[in-house]
Ligand binder design. Structure first.
Ligand SMILES: Nc1ncnc2c1ncn2[C@@H]1O[C@H](COP(=O)(O)OP(=O)(O)OP(=O)(O)O)[C@@H](O)[C@H]1O
Ligand SMILES: [Mg+2]
Length: 259
């Protein structure tokens, strides 16, 4: 499905979003559409407002103006948990993991498996969460010393892999990834890209991917949006553009803003 399919209703849509932080106008007037089953790449320079936009889409920040729609219905998420309950999973650039909890507890954060102690008292079912985390990470070929290790002790790339693994565990309808490849080695980065392709293919998940590496963006995305100076000024399907065109555009923008 693509933006050109007039009958398609976006699974997630933003209209006229504005957001300022004190004197900094991070988003001026952003409208964005994410369609079911597509991978939308969001590119833009540092500070362009990409992370701010996804934090608004997922209820982390509230917009100063503008509206959000989920499958055509107006929504107003008050927290990332509320967005999650509506099938939107997000890997934030700053990850959202709890460093002093072990890997397996992070995997099941706020949806822990419980069991009954002595048949009555509800307690955390750590054994089950450890086992499921272990099996799952093995399946994804994510290597960490132990699921019992506190997340804060892992490397940056390992933490990133855990955050991505957690976000896809529930097979969300919408997956938002804010620079999931930034701290990744080549092998791990490849694995994340393969996961994205697999989710799209097998689960028809709509994915919004923020990344700086255009080659990777072109490999997995169907469409590309370019955010600059708080606005989306470019929206094309990958077949209508190229790494070269994007690079030229970004350079022209740079020359204009510096000169
Ligand atoms: N919580 C905040 N308080 C104040 N200013 C903020 C806050 N979050 C973002 N900003 C500002 O808003 C602007 C956009 O930041 P944002 O993090 O959205 O950029 P980005 O496109 O994600 O950049 P990067 O590629 O470096 O991750 C920046 O000028 C930033 O300093
Ligand atoms: Mg960012």
């Amino acid at each position: 499905m693509s933006q050109n399919d007039a009958a398609a209703v976006p699974i997630l849509e933003a209209r006229g979003v504005r957001k300022s932080f004190g004197p900094v106008q991070a988003l001026r007037n952003v409208s964005l559409r994410l369609y079911p089953g597509e991978v939308l790449g969001m590119v833009g320079n540092n500070g362009a407002g990409k992370s701010t936009l996804i934090k608004i889409l997922t209820g982390f920040h509230s917009p100063d103006a503008g509206e959000l729609f989920l499958s055509g219905k107006a929504v107003n998420f008050r927290s990332p948990d509320e967005a999650r309950m509506h099938g939107i999973e997000t890997v934030y650039q700053d990850l959202g993991l709890i460093n002093d909890l072990p890997v397996f507890r992070n995997m099941f954060l706020r949806r822990e498996h419980m069991r009954r102690f002595l048949g009555v008292l509800p307690v955390l079912d750590d054994r089950r969460m450890r086992k499921e985390t272990q099996d799952y990470l093995r399946k994804l070929r994510i290597e960490i010393p132990s699921v019992k290790a506190d997340v804060g002790l892992l490397s940056g790339g390992q933490r990133q892999a855990i955050a991505v693994a957690r976000s896809i565990y529930m097979h969300p309808n919408v997956l938002i990834l804010d620079e999931p490849l930034a701290a990744m080695g080549a092998r791990e980065g490849r694995m994340i890209l393969d996961l994205v392709l697999e989710l799209k293919r097998n689960y028809h998940t709509a994915i919004l991917l923020i990344a700086h590496n255009y080659a990777q963006v072109f490999e997995v995305c169907d469409r590309i949006n370019w955010l600059t100076r708080g606005e989306i000024s470019f929206d094309k399907s990958v077949s209508d553009t190229s790494v070269d065109e994007l690079t030229r555009m970004v350079m022209a923008d740079y020359m204009e803003s510096s000169g």
